[in-house]
Design a protein. Structure first.
Length: 212
């Protein structure tokens, strides 16, 4: 059974400043008491080490959603099972409301759900207060990462969306067309030995018969 903790705090900096600082994951130990280290393995992968309820834990996490100035969400993929999200909202007067949600899975009989819930809730509240003190004292973020996540992967070649394919994908399956109408009818090997007849040119696909 998983447990969830939700905490909120208002910090006296603009949304962009609060968000930018939170994207500096490797700086978490500067204001998160239970976090020993965070190593950024890639744009959306983190390796974390922390002390939770007196026990040293480590895990790898993936940033599953990152919307600039709005939301960052993560989930563990290896090690201690946990996930979380932080949302940023304009509180007026250049202030920002942070809403932090943490969800975790207690491990073994040592961690009674109720006891661990209180420990994590207190730690989350403490960390938000530390973040508030840190960013208000600094007055600016130590860095920024403004890209959205997850990073989209290039889509695989879709032969049915090929702009010159007029046959519903029945030809040019390997993408060997030279961009002409003849290229959609004949293979590259066939075109190599093919000599067009004089006066028998096919009109452009975008043209009309009879146009001059």
């Amino acid at each position: 059974m998983s447990s969830k903790v939700e905490k909120r705090i208002v910090v006296d900096v603009p949304v962009s400043t609060a968000y930018n600082q939170w994207t500096q994951f490797e700086d978490f130990p500067r204001f998160m008491g239970g976090v020993e280290s965070v190593t950024q393995l890639s744009d959306n992968r983190l390796k974390c080490v922390a002390h939770i309820a007196g026990v040293r834990r480590h895990w790898e996490a993936t940033i599953v959603e990152q919307i600039p100035d709005r939301r960052i969400e993560w989930a563990s993929t290896e090690g201690a099972r946990n996930s979380g999200a932080v949302e940023f909202a304009d509180a007026g007067g250049n202030k920002t409301q942070l809403s932090l949600t943490l969800e975790y899975q207690p491990e073994g009989m040592v961690e009674k759900v109720g006891d661990l819930l209180h420990v994590v809730a207190r730690q989350a509240e403490h960390d938000l207060k530390q973040f508030k003190e840190f960013i208000e004292h600094e007055g600016h973020a130590t860095g920024a990462w403004r890209e959205s996540a997850p990073t989209s992967e290039p889509s695989p070649y879709n032969r049915y969306a090929h702009p010159f394919d007029q046959t519903g994908g029945l030809v040019d399956l390997e993408g060997e067309s030279d961009g002409t109408a003849d290229g959609e009818i004949h293979s590259a090997a066939e075109r190599k030995g093919h000599k067009p007849h004089d006066g028998g040119a096919i009109p452009p696909l975008s043209g009309n018969l009879g146009d001059r």
